[in-house]
Design a binder for this molecule. Structure first.
Ligand code: DHB
Ligand code: FE
Length: 281
């Protein structure tokens, strides 16, 4: 059976792609953010996942406001990145794994999740930038199964439902008849609000409490409804739902996780940036 080796979570911000492209990692503005990654990159060199399941939110590249699935699972052999209008360079295509995609899809449907299946799917910065941050050298060395969670247009899935989705995805991976090693990635957050009266809103104490909860009490954030999460983390900070899904996916098997590394830095663009890595023991 496939093995889940661990989980990774990072913020995504289009400007990161520009900073990588222009080699700005050591500049004072960017250094505290990029300095978080080498310990995680080194751990990945040892843990060597073959495949990653990426929880992220599409920002209008693949789904627009006219058709917005709550949960969507990629089932393609290849995923193309495309110009999103941020001026960041487009990354080469990513290899999928349709066998795992359909296994996850079948398991989720059997568990009463009404998901959208995508045999073609463009992947935006939220899916591609974490892969570049975790594997900065050369082409992406892992296969990718992308899973979109809507945090863009109300109504959003609840934290409780998102946690249940992550748990079911973890179960599916663990029951997949394969000898591949899988890591689960979350892309998004932490607190930020790009628009409206509270534009620029950041909530450090909530972010740190949330990060701590993922270590010791992963269900903690399921107590909050969507509007409370917006109040606490900002209109785009609700992307932290991806972190919750990732952590829930690690709760199967032994259920024991070890925190490998974390970093927290304010701000990049308008966002409080967080990074966490967990090894499944
Ligand atoms: C920013 C953050 C995001 O999550 C995003 O998708 C786009 C922009 C930002 O802080 O600039
Ligand atoms: Fe975003």
């Amino acid at each position: 059976m496939a093995i889940i080796i661990g989980g990774l979570a990072t913020s995504h911000i289009p400007a990161i792609g520009g900073a990588i492209h222009n080699g700005k990692q050591q500049e004072p503005y960017w250094k505290p953010f990029f300095d978080g990654f080498p310990p995680v990159q080194n751990w990945l060199k040892t843990a060597k996942p073959d495949l990653v399941v990426v929880f992220y939110n599409d920002h209008g590249l693949n789904f627009f406001l006219d058709k917005m699935p709550t949960f969507a699972v990629g089932a393609a052999a290849q995923y193309n990145n495309a110009d999103e209008g941020w001026g960041i360079p487009t990354l080469p295509p990513f290899q999928g794994n349709p066998d795992l995609s359909w296994h996850i899809i079948n398991h989720l449907i059997a568990q009463d999740f009404d998901i959208t299946t995508c045999q073609e799917m463009l992947v935006d910065h939220a899916c591609t930038l974490p892969l570049k941050l975790f594997w900065p050298e050369g082409p992406c060395p892992v296969q990718v199964v992308p899973i979109c969670i809507n945090t863009v247009q109300f109504p959003l899935p609840s934290a409780r439902r998102t946690y249940a989705l992550g748990k079911a995805v973890g179960e599916a991976i663990s029951r997949w008849d394969s000898n591949l090693k899988v890591a689960v990635i979350a892309s998004g957050g932490l607190s930020h609000q790009l628009d409206g009266e509270r534009a620029g809103f950041i909530n450090k104490s909530f972010d740190l409490e949330f990060m701590d909860s993922l270590v010791t009490n992963p269900e903690w954030a399921t107590q909050f409804d969507s509007l409370t999460l917006v109040e606490k983390s900002g209109t785009q900070g609700v992307e932290l739902l991806m972190w919750l899904a990732m952590r829930a996916a690690l709760t199967g098997a032994s259920g024991r996780v070890r925190e490998v590394h974390r970093n927290y830095h304010i701000p990049i663009s308008n966002t409080a940036t967080g990074l966490m890595a967990f090894a499944v023991e």
